[in-house]
Design a binder for this molecule. Structure first.
Ligand SMILES: Nc1ncnc2c1ncn2[C@@H]1O[C@H](COP(=O)(O)OP(=O)(O)OP(=O)(O)O)[C@@H](O)[C@H]1O
Ligand SMILES: [Mg+2]
Length: 240
């Protein structure tokens, strides 16, 4: 596939009939000194449109690594990842980055919001990177913040928001470019139980409405139980 074809494919939603993301015997090895760690070990899985999948497993079992591979943030040492049917391993870095920006939203345990920007400006950032115009960005950011329950906090900066509110801004930001796939790594890791429940409700809402497909990596039992499906990793392998 040449560059032009891939670029067109990125914006062609009508082709997305198969799984949102699929991993075929994917491994990720890290070499540290003379030792090699297989953080993810021959994992095959797929996620269908509108699913809410929880990836659980002990600390160090490979949850974060798997999420990064699914989102094209990291590259497998073996196997392949297909995002919207397109093989990430057959793209160059620029093509992969472009696909990721448009198709994948990322939410982390720590929010990584820019503290000097308002909630609205934080949500606008990925839209600016994707090239949408100023007016459209402003409006969509307002809509997204209202969607996550922060319609009255759009001009607040992250230090003026609670932890749960910051995580909502991070989720709104991750949704900015209407990603087919939302990946959330320990999204409730720093939140109290009530606030975590609110985030779970929001995730259920976003997946039931068909707005996105969600994969969370989590230790939070309530969040994992709330998801429609669970996968468990042990030592990088899928446990059955
Ligand atoms: N950059 C790296 N270099 C070397 N080893 C790494 C690197 N990142 C992760 N690992 C190793 O890969 C394994 C899986 O790590 P990963 O962060 O995916 O686990 P996790 O399931 O997300 O753990 P946690 O629940 O603590 O977040 C661990 O053994 C870890 O030490
Ligand atoms: Mg992790």
């Amino acid at each position: 596939m040449d560059a032009a074809e891939t670029t067109d494919a990125v914006t062609d939603e009508s082709r997305d009939v198969g799984p949102v993301v699929r991993a075929d015997r994917v491994s990720r090895e890290y070499r540290v000194g003379s030792a090699t760690v297989r953080a993810v070990d021959r994992v095959s899985m797929e996620v269908r449109r509108g699913e809410f999948l929880a990836v659980t497993g002990p600390s160090g079992s490979g949850k974060s690594t798997l999420l990064h591979l699914l989102g094209g943030v990291d590259t497998p040492t073996e196997g392949r990842v297909l995002l919207g049917g397109r093989d990430l391993g057959r793209m160059n870095e620029r093509q992969r980055e472009k696909l990721r920006l448009r198709r994948v939203g990322l939410v982390f345990q720590r929010f990584y919001l820019l503290p000097a920007l308002t909630a609205r400006e934080n949500v606008e950032l990925p839209m600016a990177e994707a090239g949408s115009d100023r007016k459209e960005r402003h409006e969509r950011a307002g809509e997204l913040l209202a969607r996550v329950g922060l319609g009255d906090r759009t001009e607040h900066r992250p230090p003026q928001l609670s932890g749960g509110q910051r995580q909502r801004v991070a989720i709104a930001r991750a949704l900015a470019n209407r990603p087919a796939l939302l990946l959330a790594d320990e999204p409730t890791g720093e939140l109290d139980r009530d606030t975590s429940r609110d985030i779970l409700e929001l995730f259920l809402d976003l997946t039931r409405s068909g707005e996105t497909t969600l994969v969370v990596g989590t230790h939070d039992a309530e969040l994992a139980e709330g998801a429609g499906r669970g996968l468990r990793l042990v030592d990088g392998r899928l446990a059955t």
